[in-house]
Design a protein around this ligand. Structure first.
Ligand code: ADQ
Length: 486
C-alpha cells in the first residue's frame, strides 16, 4: 500500500494509553499511518532559539512522527499571528477580530517554506501527501516549487468564508492560488465547498469549473465535500463503560432530579457560548416553571490563551455566568455550572449520556464533533435532544436535531423549551435518524473516501460521472452560480 505522509500544524500520535484519551481523528489517522508505514510531520509545539530544520523522529504505538521546533518569531507570526489572529477569525466570519499585519503574512510564508524544505528529504516519489488545515495552505505550492510531483491532497477543517469577507485579506488571491497546487481539496460540507467555488468563479474567471473539478492553467484540482466523522461505534461503547457510568451517576446524583442541559466546547469565540448563556437566561426568564428544575453545565477548557481575543471572551463568559447565577440562583440551586477544564473521553461520554439536551450552538463551525459525540453517547431507549446551530457543518447531516439560529436568545430558549418537553417517541425517532448518519459516515468512512479520491484519476473533461455519493455530484459550476445568486 502507498505510504501516507500526513502534515498538520501539530501532530497527535497515539499516547500508548489506549484510545480513551484520543480523539477519533488521531486514532483514524494513526491507523492509516500504521498500515502504510507512513509518517506524521508537523511542529513539535516547542521553541528553539534559531530554526535548524533538525527533525526529531519518534515512534509510538507503530506510528512514526517527525517534528521540528520553531523560533519564537515563527510562533508569534505564523501560529499566534496569521493562523490564529488572521485566518481563524476570517474563516469564521469575524472580520472584526481579524488582524491584517504584514509580519504575520511574512511569518506564515516563512514557516510554510521551512516545512517544505524540511519535509522534502523525507518524501519518496510514490508517497501520498495529505496536508491538513488553514495553517498550511501554501505548503502544497511550496512542495511543487521543489519539484514534488506526488499526489497531494488538502483538507480544510474550518468553514470556507463568503467571498466578500475573504477579499478583505490583502493576500487572498495568492492564498487561493496556492490551493490549486493540490490534486484534491476536501471541505467539511457542501456549503463551504459552494462558498469556495463561488470565490473561484468570481475571482479567477479563467478557471473552468465542472464535475467536481477545477481546471486552471496547467492545474487540475478535484474538489469534494467530505464531512469528517467520529469513531461512532467506539464512542457509543465508551458511554457504557464502568468509568462512564460512574461519571453519569455522579452527575445525576448532584442534580437531585433536575434535567441536565450540557455544552462542551473549546473556549473560543466561534462557539457561541455568550449567546448560548443569554438563550438559557431567556428560558429561565420566559418560563419560570423551569427555575430549579434544570441545570446547565457548560464545559469549556481554555485554548489559545496567548491571543487577546481569547482572553476577552474568557473574561466575558466569567462575568456573564456570574451574572446569570446572581440573578437566578437560590440557596439550593445553581442554574449554570461553568467549568474551565477538560475531561477524559470516558467521563465525557458518560456526562453526555446523562444530559437531557445538548446545546451545540457555534456561530460558525467547520463541522463540530461534539454534536456527533453527543448523539453517539445516548441511550437508545431514552435519548436526549440535540440543539444544533444551523451554521455548523454538522447541520447538513444532522437535520433531525432542533436546528437554531445561534445568534437569537429567543430561538435558543424556544428550542430548549421544546427539548425539555419533547415526548420520548419523538426523541427516539429524531435520535435514530441522527445516529444512522453518525454511524454510516464515521471517521473511517471519511478517511477512506478522501484517500480513495486522492488516489483515483481525475474524471475526464466533460464527464458527469463524479466519484460521489452525495450532493457534490451536482455540477459544481452550477453550484457556484447558485451560491452566487443566493
Ligand atoms: P474544534 O474547533 O476543536 O475542531 P470540535 O469539532 O468541536 O472543535 O472538536 C472538539 C473536540 O474536543 C471534541 O472531540 C471534544 O470532545 C473535545 N473536547 C472539547 N472540550 C473538551 C473537554 N472539556 N474535555 C475533553 N474533550 C473536550 C476543528 C474545527 C471543527 C471540526 C474539527 C475536526 O473547528 O469544526 O469539527 O476541527 O475537523
Amino acid at each position: 500500500m502507498t505510504r501516507l505522509v500526513i502534515v498538520s500544524n501539530r501532530v497527535s500520535p497515539p499516547t500508548g494509553e489506549g484510545q480513551a484519551n484520543q480523539g477519533g481523528l488521531a486514532v483514524a489517522l494513526s491507523s492509516a499511518l500504521r498500515e502504510t508505514n507512513g509518517i506524521w510531520f508537523g511542529w513539535s509545539g516547542n521553541e528553539t532559539e534559531t530554526f535548524t530544520g533538525h527533525v526529531n523522529f519518534s515512534k509510538s504505538d507503530g506510528v512514526t512522527t517527525a517534528t521540528v521546533d520553531l523560533e519564537p518569531q515563527d510562533i508569534d507570526e505564523y501560529y499566534n499571528g496569521f493562523a490564529n489572529r488572521t485566518l481563524w477569525p476570517l474563516f469564521h466570519d469575524r472580520t472584526d477580530l481579524a488582524e491584517f499585519e504584514r509580519n504575520f503574512a511574512g511569518g506564515y510564508a516563512r514557516v510554510n517554506e521551512r516545512f517544505a524544505d524540511t519535509l522534502l528529504p523525507l518524501i519518496t516519489p510514490e508517497d501520498l501527501i495529505w496536508v491538513h488545515d488553514y495553517h498550511l495552505i501554501p505548503l502544497g505550492a511550496e512542495l511543487r516549487k521543489r519539484d514534488v510531483t506526488n499526489r497531494t491532497g488538502f483538507f480544510l477543517h474550518t468553514p470556507w468564508p463568503v467571498a466578500r469577507l475573504l477579499t478583505s485579506l490583502p493576500s487572498h488571491a495568492k492564498l487561493v492560488n496556492a490551493l490549486f497546487a493540490y490534486d484534491l481539496l476536501g471541505f467539511q460540507c457542501q456549503a463551504w465547498l459552494d462558498s469556495f467555488l463561488y470565490y473561484v468563479h468570481d475571482q479567477f474567471p479563467e478557471a473552468e469549473i465542472s464535475d467536481g473539478v477545477i481546471r486552471i492553467g496547467d492545474r487540475t484540482v478535484r474538489v469534494v465535500a467530505c464531512p469528517i466523522g467520529i469513531d461512532a461505534g467506539d464512542f457509543a461503547k465508551s458511554a457504557t463503560t464502568p468509568e462512564a457510568d460512574e461519571a453519569r451517576e455522579s452527575i445525576l446524583r448532584s442534580l437531585e432530579g433536575r434535567d441536565l442541559i450540557m455544552g462542551v466546547d473549546r473556549l473560543d469565540y466561534s462557539k457561541g457560548m455568550e449567546q448560548r448563556f443569554h438563550g438559557y437566561s431567556r428560558l429561565l426568564q420566559d418560563h419560570p416553571e423551569f427555575q430549579e428544575k434544570v441545570t446547565f453545565l457548560q464545559i469549556a477548557p481554555p485554548s489559545r490563551e496567548q491571543v487577546a481575543s481569547y482572553q476577552d471572551i474568557r473574561r466575558e463568559l466569567d462575568a456573564l455566568s456570574g451574572h446569570i447565577n446572581g440573578e437566578f440562583a437560590t440557596a439550593h440551586w445553581v442554574p449554570l455550572r461553568y467549568v474551565n477544564r477538560g475531561y477524559d473521553r470516558l467521563a465525557l461520554s458518560g456526562m453526555y449520556r446523562s444530559a437531557r439536551a445538548a446545546l451545540v450552538t457555534p456561530l460558525r463551525d467547520g463541522m463540530n464533533l461534539v454534536a456527533k459525540e453527543y448523539v453517539a453517547a445516548q441511550d437508545p431507549e431514552n435519548p436526549g435532544v440535540l440543539i444544533l446551530s444551523r451554521y455548523a457543518g454538522a447541520a447538513e447531516q444532522l437535520q433531525d436535531a432542533l436546528l437554531v439560529n445561534p445568534f437569537s436568545p429567543e430561538e435558543l430558549a424556544d428550542a430548549l423549551h421544546q427539548a425539555l418537553l419533547m415526548p420520548l417517541e419523538e426523541r427516539k425517532t429524531r435520535w435514530r435518524a441522527m445516529m444512522d448518519s453518525v454511524e454510516t459516515q464515521d471517521i473511517r468512512w471519511w478517511l477512506k473516501r478522501f484517500l480513495d479520491l486522492l488516489t483515483s484519476e481525475h474524471p475526464p473533461r466533460g464527464s458527469t460521472a463524479e466519484a460521489s455519493e452525495s450532493s457534490e455530484g451536482a455540477d459544481t459550476k452550477e453550484a457556484a452560480q447558485a451560491a452566487a445568486s443566493s
